[in-house]
Design a binder for this molecule. Structure first.
Ligand code: SF4
Length: 714
């Protein structure tokens, strides 16, 4: 239901932060605020909220909001204007550049914060009507290695399992995931299983995080060496006859080749221990636990994905589940945890430059199918630039116009200094935003468009277990702010595509999205929500959370994929993948002898435009810092709560020093949240290696060679 009661009204919506996708009850107070609580009926959280979700009430004010359109004047200053003038400038600017340079000279950079409906029509405009696939998203930094790994193994970007598997598993392996801080409500479910059913928890991470401190077995792995550990596991499973030969023969191909490669990468326990830095006895314990526990779930997150070899790591994990047939059944399977609230929704609508809508790619068949469905005049026929390459293309002068929606690439992309150079070179930079002050806006936007924020906009999001939930407005639109889908549709109309973008509500767009997912889908494509293709606005308003697939004419049933062992490849069989030899993109050397790891803290989100407003959240870790092992601190004369300059090939910044033996020797950790407009100098994105995985395009955000020097302020 939408409104649970009328006095006071209580609105069901979904948390705007992580990919757990918790249901939220919001009771507006009539003065721009609201009381917030967890939705006890939402199947992702059953009423639980973490610290960030609980503090949403502190983030609802209009402080620093962008409330009306603004356009840069000839004197360089931004000035308020009306929507009509701003949208005319958007369409005139795009039209002029496209006419002069062609469609590949323009690009959109989107966000996992957008709602599915916003994402859908941005992609439709660019890929079907402007005629280029230069549309990418900050979700590229979040889970694109999992997308590529799923496609290699399963033939489609399909998450096999569901959250209930975490309640039913007897062994949960978390790889590169500080779930206690980054997916806290899921971690609560894992801990409940541990407490109530005795499930075992193994955590594989270079840092002894809060998650690792709760583990039955913690494996402090050397940065980047995950594939070796899982290659060794595959070989161990084969050697101990724990593999399921019947499943492998019936439902997979390429096992022998993958096993042979894995044996060469991980010839024996001593070698695995040497490469991974993990104690040999602990490696054997892990292998025995995995081999002896059929109900095993392996969750992985940014520690696996954010790597120049992220796709190989994903496949090395999936290999072990395929070899044991532990996939698609209750309490077992590989499970990618998405970072953002709508990273999964973006995948559904083709939010990545290498996808078309409804999980289609750029095969001639898919291009033709989408072209006909949209009646598209200029259909993109090949992939566009992925995130990092998009900004490289701007720096080379190939892209002249960029529209950034709901994200802050001047801070969040690797080598952010070069990204800022790129933004300054643009002939036309359009930014749709909630806030007036962010680093991308400050880098020289020509047109600012005020977008509705969480609590003001309506549509859908999809979480890590493929569950589609409604975000609902419970506050009025402030100032002249508008929903993102409305802004894009207005620009499309001015570009001459009014008939194809004639939407009145988000429900109109959702219906079309659902219809496309079912269009000529004979079951050979994974994403299908055709049951919603005819949904009316009243039903959209009262929609309850549901998981895909939900094809028309089929009752909701099993929500796990691959239970029968049929995959989305041409022959219906899953693929084993032989991983390459793991290596960091740059090895540490005499000048940069440390490895810089980056990530989140418990109570902040991305570049803090929302969480930074909450005093409660700020009190947890109030300032930027770098974590250093005590022995490294001693060697480099660093003191706890003193200052140090961290330097990489790309940039440097001064951070508060936290000395902790939770950190590996030779490794540093710094959070991503602080930056120019909310801290004096720190911007970790400026320091991060922009090298990317050749398949997924995901950057190596977890392992940049770095140096550290003490700084004394007198
Ligand atoms: Fe929001 Fe994630 Fe916390 Fe749930 S776990 S309340 S979705 S931040």
């Amino acid at each position: 239901m939408n409104a649970l009661s009328n006095d006071p009204p209580v609105v069901r919506t979904t948390c705007p932060y992580c990919g757990v996708g918790c249901g939220v009850l919001a009771s507006p107070d009539g003065q721009g605020g609201a009381m917030i609580s967890g939705d006890p009926d939402h199947p992702s959280n059953f009423g639980r909220l973490c610290s960030k979700g609980s503090a949403l009430d502190e983030t609802l004010g209009l402080d620093k909001r962008l409330l009306y359109p603004m356009v840069r004047q000839p004197n360089g200053k931004m000035a308020r204007t009306d929507w009509s003038t701003a949208l005319d400038k958007v369409s005139d600017g795009l039209r002029t550049i496209i006419a002069r340079e062609g469609p590949d000279a323009v690009a959109f950079y989107l966000s996992g914060q957008l709602l599915t409906e916003d994402y859908y029509i941005a992609n439709k405009l660019m890929k079907g009507f402007i005629g280029t696939a230069n549309v990418d998203t900050n979700s590229r930094l979040c889970m694109s290695s999992s997308v590529a790994g799923h496609k290699r193994a399963f033939g489609a970007d399909t998450v096999p399992g569901v959250y209930a598997d975490l309640d039913q598993a007897d062994l949960i392996v978390l790889v590169g995931s500080n779930a206690a801080w980054c997916h806290p409500v899921l971690f609560q479910r894992i801990m409940a299983n541990k407490r109530e059913r005795g499930a075992k928890l193994v955590v594989i991470d270079p840092r002894r995080t809060m998650t690792a401190q709760e583990a039955d077995l913690f494996l402090p792995i050397a940065p980047g060496m995950d594939s070796v550990l899982f290659a060794g596991l595959l070989a161990y499973l084969a050697d101990t006859h724990t593999i399921d030969f019947g499943y492998i023969a019936a439902h997979t191909v390429d096992f022998e080749a993958a096993l042979e490669r894995c044996r060469s990468l991980a010839p024996d326990i001593a070698q695995i221990s040497k490469t991974t830095g993990i104690d040999a006895a602990d490696i054997i314990r892990f292998y025995e636990l995995f081999a002896g526990t059929p109900n095993a779930v392996t969750c992985y997150s940014q520690g696996v994905n954010q790597s120049a070899q992220g796709t190989d790591k994903v496949n090395a994990i999936i290999n072990c589940h395929l070899a044991t047939g532990r996939i698609g059944k209750a309490g077992m399977g590989p499970f990618s945890l998405t970072g953002q609230p709508n990273a999964m929704g973006g995948r559904e609508v083709g939010g990545l430059a290498n996808q078309l809508a409804a999980h289609m790619g750029f095969s001639p068949l898919d291009v033709d199918r989408v072209r006909r469905f949209w009646n598209a005049p200029r259909m993109a026929e090949r992939e566009g630039h992925k995130a990092v390459q998009m900004f490289d293309a701007i720096n080379r002068g190939e892209i002249k116009a960029l529209w950034v929606m709901a994200t802050n690439p001047a801070v969040s992309l690797p080598n952010a200094g070069l990204v800022r150079d790129a933004l300054r070179k643009l002939e036309l930079l359009i930014v749709s935003e909630n806030v007036l002050v962010n680093d991308t806006v400050m880098t020289g936007a020509h047109i600012l468009l005020p977008a509705a924020a969480w609590g003001e906009k309506s549509g859908t999001v999809t979480n890590s277990e493929r569950r589609i939930s409604r975000q609902r407005a419970f506050l009025p639109l402030p100032g002249e702010a508008k929903p993102d889908w409305w802004i894009i549709a207005q620009a499309a109309k001015r570009l001459g595509y009014g008939k194809a973008f004639n939407y009145e509500t988000a429900a109109d767009i959702f219906r079309e999205h659902a219809a496309l997912s079912a269009y000529e889908n004979d079951g050979s494509r994974d994403f299908d929500i055709g049951a919603y293709a005819d949904i009316d606005s009243a039903d959209f308003d009262t929609m309850t959370p549901f998981q895909w697939p939900r094809a028309a004419g089929r009752a909701p049933g099993e929500t796990r994929f691959f239970a029968s062992g049929d995959f989305f490849t041409a022959d219906g069989k899953a693929r084993f993948v032989a991983p390459e030899t793991p290596a960091l993109h740059f090895a540490a050397d005499a000048e940069f002898s440390f490895t810089l790891n980056t990530g989140r803290v418990r109570d902040q989100w991305h570049t803090m435009t929302r969480t930074g407003l909450s005093p409660r959240l700020a009190s947890h870790l109030p300032e930027p810092f770098v974590e250093v092992h005590p022995d490294d601190a001693r060697e480099h004369h660093l003191v706890d709560h003193g200052f140090a300059r961290v330097t990489t090939r790309y940039g440097s910044c001064v951070l508060k020093v936290h000395v902790t033996d939770n950190q590996r020797r030779g490794s540093l950790f710094a959070p991503i949240h602080w930056h120019g407009t909310n801290a004096s100098s720190a911007c970790i994105g400026e320091l991060v290696n922009p090298a990317t995985d050749p398949l997924s395009g995901q950057p190596e955000s977890k392992a940049t060679p770095a140096s550290i020097q003490r700084v004394d302020y007198r």
